[in-house]
Ligand binder design. Structure first.
Ligand code: GLC
Length: 745
């Protein structure tokens, strides 16, 4: 539809009809078995259902087409409904959870995955996905770190923009793509005490420098929607935060798309104590620029009166409605309200071999090898026992893979039987223990009386372990232990599984490969010491079993790098590599009295951000800099069009594969600003590059350092660089000390 026709449509609509375009109702009010991803205290009236602008949680071509037909027939202007869904790491073909995708350090994995997710979801009638989540995640107590790509703003920015490109493609008119929604704006990951839905206290410079960049990368990539976050930012709920939404999102970030609240977040301003009642909450949200009210009666029940009383201008209302109509129009819904939905198409694309192949590759690249003593991996014996609750568990996706079907997941057992079935390798499987101490206890829980089932299960497992030459222990969080509203103060593996680990690891001279299925960094206690190899599998999704066996068998050398730091103890959280040095940094050795330290725990991560082993070994040379001085002026000289013309330094290393097998290493460039008008992190990731080398081969890896890379939110409250000394680091994880100095003059 032409813009003028949209305007005419808007002008033809009554006040009530306009308001209802801003109302999103739960899909379960319209359809059976729609996803329920929030709580609603009041069902929508028939009037609201008739006039609503959008719904969420519905998918399935036949259902979506029938729903759209019914809705448009009943609507006075036959305006199509927007169908939205959380397709955050898979629709039918489920990819590794975003934290695992971050661990690939490969934006192309994220882009291709999002492209496939969009294609599958669009074929089942979905128009908008509530993804990617761009929340900076530094606190492993917060269960939603699962949905982020990790603790680093630079890596997140690359992954988020790649996902937006994958979901949206070149044009939303392309029916194999969907509109993408950046969430949760903003700084939800800074939730106090790692607990969901709480307050976030951030200084302006930490907000701007650390928490906002990844959202902005997603918006620059063209995301058509943004979702408000549940948290307050410095005491103001995001859905009523004019500064955040109008000044930062709309003005600074130039976001022109649709701003949707999170589920009930507008109404929740009342319980926050920010709005007297739902009417005031509606006014505050409209003023902040929230276009769509997700699943409450705020807008539908109060906007009419607010406009009539002159408390909300009709102009403001019209702007919001126009953004929603433009989104529908850009999706081509006025021309084809069923868009990409088709049973034939969904049968053709969902879970097709090509999609499974791409997902399997994503699994392989997401796995992070933390220990591999004496090359325990790849597996090499003729008798292997797979033991643990994840040895034959279908639920290896995440709780957010709401439209996926666990039955289509490939388990460890299925993949192992497939791989070894045709070989002379004998395999045995044993559950070994219950997943959890007690189904209702999704927390760590304290072992009540010894769980008798467990005893028998453990005995059977120990027998299998004694029979085997190699044991693969398959352990981890239960699927409900990470995701929304799953904060935990004890982030260890469940009690029964540690009992199993202790029993099996007590067997003398047994090679034990431990797999961990997790949606967050975990405290691993003595598991690393007692394992011959330790592989982090995240929530791998549909092709989990295949991807993991590809690595265990040596068909693929692991190349994943931690997207979040793993702590020694939960008391270290929030934990992130890009911390400040403090005035009394703890000395690396010797007495540490009067320094910034814990008496009972190291400061450092157990396994740092960016860390991960391969099946080979790499040597990285010292850094060579093309020069030692970078001129700030030349860099910003008038008329300098391309970064390559601007002044820059080339920082190079030679990396050599000194091991026996071909493998892929991820070279990471970090920079430290030695002093600034505000203190600066000890390191900040500024680039990464993957290099695949055969045994004995070398390659030169070069990074470009330029002035924009050195900008930060200075004491002048703007992003600019400051002349002075800098250190560049190039290594294979965030603890590298391979460095060279340079100056910005
Ligand atoms: C949930 C989540 C959000 C999701 C939305 C719709 O509460 O916070 O991430 O997109 O509701 O399901």
């Amino acid at each position: 539809m032409k813009k003028t026709d949209l305007k005419n449509l808007l002008n033809d609509m009554s006040l009530e009809e306009k308001i209802m375009q801003l109302v999103q109702i739960p899909g379960y009010e319209l359809e059976q078995d729609a996803a329920v991803t929030g709580l609603s205290d009041k069902a929508s009236s028939d009037r609201v259902k008739k006039l609503a602008g959008s719904t969420l949680g519905v998918w399935g071509a036949e259902k979506a087409i029938a729903l759209q037909k019914r809705h448009m027939k009943n609507h006075p202007h036959h305006i199509p409904l927007l169908l939205m869904l959380d397709v955050i790491h898979g629709h039918k073909t489920v990819f590794p959870c975003p934290l695992g995708q971050g661990a690939t350090f490969d934006p192309e994995v994220a882009r291709k995955g999002a492209e496939i997710q969009a294609k599958e979801a669009a074929s089942e009638g979905v128009h908008v996905t509530f993804s990617p989540m761009a929340d900076l995640s530094r606190d492993a107590r917060w269960g939603r770190v699962l949905e982020s790509t990790g603790e680093d703003k630079f890596l997140n920015g690359k992954m988020i923009s790649a996902m937006v490109e994958g979901y949206q493609g070149k044009s939303l008119k392309d029916k194999e793509h969907v509109a993408s929604c950046i969430k949760h704006f903003a700084a939800y990951g800074g939730a106090e005490a790692g607990r969901d839905y709480t307050n976030v206290e951030l200084s302006e410079h930490t907000l701007r420098e650390q928490y906002l960049p990844a959202y902005e990368e997603g918006i620059k990539a063209g995301a058509r929607l943004v979702m408000t976050s549940f948290n307050t930012l410095n005491g103001i709920p995001s859905s009523g935060n004019k500064y955040l939404m109008r000044d930062i999102l709309r003005k600074d970030m130039k976001f022109k798309g649709v701003l949707i609240s999170d589920w009930a977040a507008i109404a929740e301003m009342v319980s926050w104590g920010f709005a007297e009642d739902m009417k005031e909450a509606s006014r505050l949200a409209m003023e902040a620029g929230v276009d769509i009210d997700m699943c409450t009666a705020c807008y539908s029940g109060n906007l009419k009166a607010l406009v009539k009383e002159g408390k909300v201008s009709e102009k403001l209302l019209d702007e919001a409605v126009m953004r929603v109509l433009e989104l529908k129009n850009d999706l081509g819904l006025f021309e084809d309200p069923f868009r990409g939905a088709s049973v034939e198409k969904s049968l053709e694309v969902c879970l097709c071999d090509e999609h499974r192949k791409v997902a399997r590759d994503a699994v392989r690249k997401s796995l992070v090898l933390l220990e591999n003593k004496d090359n325990a991996l790849p597996l090499s014996s003729k008798k292997v026992a797979f033991i643990g609750p994840y040895a034959d568990e279908k639920k290896i996706h995440s709780s957010w893979a709401i439209s996926g079907n666990p039955d289509t997941n490939v388990t460890i057992k299925e993949a192992a039987e497939e791989l070894f079935g045709k070989s002379d390798v004998k395999v045995k499987f044993a559950k070994g223990c219950n997943m959890l101490l007690d189904k209702t206890d999704l927390g760590y829980g304290v072992a009540k009386e010894k769980d008798k089932d467990n005893k028998a299960l453990i005995e059977e497992a120990v027998k299998a372990a004694k029979w085997a030459d190699e044991v693969v222990l398959c352990l981890g969080e239960e699927i409900g232990q990470s995701g929304e509203s799953t904060s935990r103060v004890d982030i260890r593996i469940p009690v029964p599984q540690k009992e199993l680990f202790d029993a099996v690891s007590a067997i003398k001279n047994k090679k034990i490969v431990t797999l961990i299925f997790n949606g967050r960094p975990l405290v691993l206690d003595d598991i690393p010491e007692k394992s011959s190899a330790l592989l982090i599998c995240w929530r791998p999704g549909t092709e989990g079993g295949h991807g993991i066996l590809d690595v265990l068998s040596g068909a693929y050398s692991p190349s994943g790098k931690l997207s979040m730091s793993f702590p020694y103890a939960v008391g270290q959280e929030p934990l992130h590599y890009d911390h400040y040095n403090t005035g009394r940094p703890k000395p690396l050795e010797g007495a540490s009295i009067f320094s910034s330290r814990y008496l009972d725990c190291p400061n450092e991560a157990r396994y740092p951000f960016g860390y991960g082993l391969t099946y080979s070994k790499f040597e990285v040379s010292g850094i060579k800099l093309s020069k030692k001085k970078l001129s700030k002026d030349a860099a910003v000289a008038k008329g300098v069009k391309k970064a390559s013309e601007a002044d820059h330094i080339k920082a190079s290393v030679t990396v050599k594969n000194i091991g026996d097998v071909t493998a892929t290493e991820t070279l990471q460039l970090y920079i430290r600003d030695i002093s600034g008008s505000r203190v600066r992190p000890v390191k900040e990731l500024k680039g990464f590059e993957k290099v695949t080398l055969a045994s004995g081969k070398s390659a030169k890896v070069t990074f470009t350092i330029d002035e924009p890379m050195l900008r930060f939110f200075t004491i002048n409250n703007k992003f600019e660089s400051e002349p002075g000394r800098f250190t560049a680091f190039i290594g294979t994880d965030s603890e590298t000390d391979n460095s060279a100095e340079f100056e910005l003059v």
